[in-house]
Design a protein. Sequence first.
Length: 457
Amino acid sequence: MRESFSHSAIYFLGIGGIGMSALARYFQALGYTVAGYDKTPSPLTRELEESGIEIVYREEVEALPAAIRDLDPDKVLWVYTPAVPAAMKQLAWLREQGIMPVKRARLLGMVTQGRYALAVAGTHGKTTTSALLAHLLRAAGKDCTAFLGGISVNYGTNYLEATDVEDAPVVVEADEFDRSFLQLRPNCAIVTSVDADHLDIYGGAESFRQGFEDFVTLLPEEGLLLQRKGLNLVTGATQYTYAAGEEADYAALNIRIGDGAYLWDLKTPDGTLHDLRLGLPGRHNMENAVAASALALYRGVKEEELRAGLASFLGVKRRFEKIVERPDCVYIDDYAHHPRELSACIESVRELYPGKKITGIFQPHLYSRTRDFMDDFARSLSLLDVCVLMDIYPARELPVEGVSSAALLKRITCAEKELLSAEAIPAWVRREQPELLLTLGAGDIDRLVPQLREVLV
């Protein structure tokens, strides 16, 4: 089956992004000529290239792959992510030609239009929750397509293709950045949190929340909303609350740790499922598991299928990912880049590894986010025993006067703290040999992971 687009090729500007690469895989599987640009090579771009997708790393128009350059530009669907600067030469050339490229979010909305869509939204937890939901459905023999915001460890990819594309539901991560999720038309939705973020886009916390209010109104009356207890979003669809450790329509209760995993009971409107096992670490992931389980049960997954799926879920790359685990050394890599996420990660580590000295290396992401949440970041990072900061990862932004990692470091209160370059960190870790190390952030800090693993093993 091919989508009803009038184009013979698709070109992705920023193809190495997690959302863009999933769409590239999708259209390649449908038989389109797919190519793209990205600023630098990465594991994702290498995998795309190995699958036969041509990628260029120069932004000049002359660098366009021949398969794209030789076509009439109107025969190419040009797709971009807002992470690509407006002055990027290929993007500027398209606009000079009078061609308006399509945003990634719009394309995802087009792809999911007319399909039964299960959308997962929220400031935190949406990648893990959507990956777990897709896994629970697939483990129960229920086919689905999934566009994920991270690499599922179980499947080694951020894109899962259903055997029957037309009839199978689509699991999609509903990203609030740039109000992207308003392009979707979900049948069922999970909302995990509405903690303010992306204030450079929304302007303030009230406007940010309004984005989620607008999102849930997209649900049809016969649809379903599962929201974290206390969010109080209003929709005309059927709705339930969920929580962990407190009462809600769906709730994880009697939570305990046994054999390195969480054991818990799931209370539902229809009864209680006892002694479920979640191999995924992190207490914050209990809420994600409740939400995914609730929607899986709604979609017909049976109790024993749910039990097996929860136990076999291996998580998502860079979401509390254990890189090294020995009695003398634990190293965990996590995508946490918001103060709330940092606190949740550090507190989970303290619960799972009581008494260990926790060293965290954090790379702030975006000048605007660092500015907007400077004091909150300082409070979260002060939960560490040792804090190492890297310079701010700018992504799409220019520097903001007075906003720097050095300014953040001054506000952090833990006794041991310092600012290091990416180049200096491996030698520092080799010298210090921390007993419990965290690397944290959404920039390019993940490129240090192989080096740090080698240092610690």
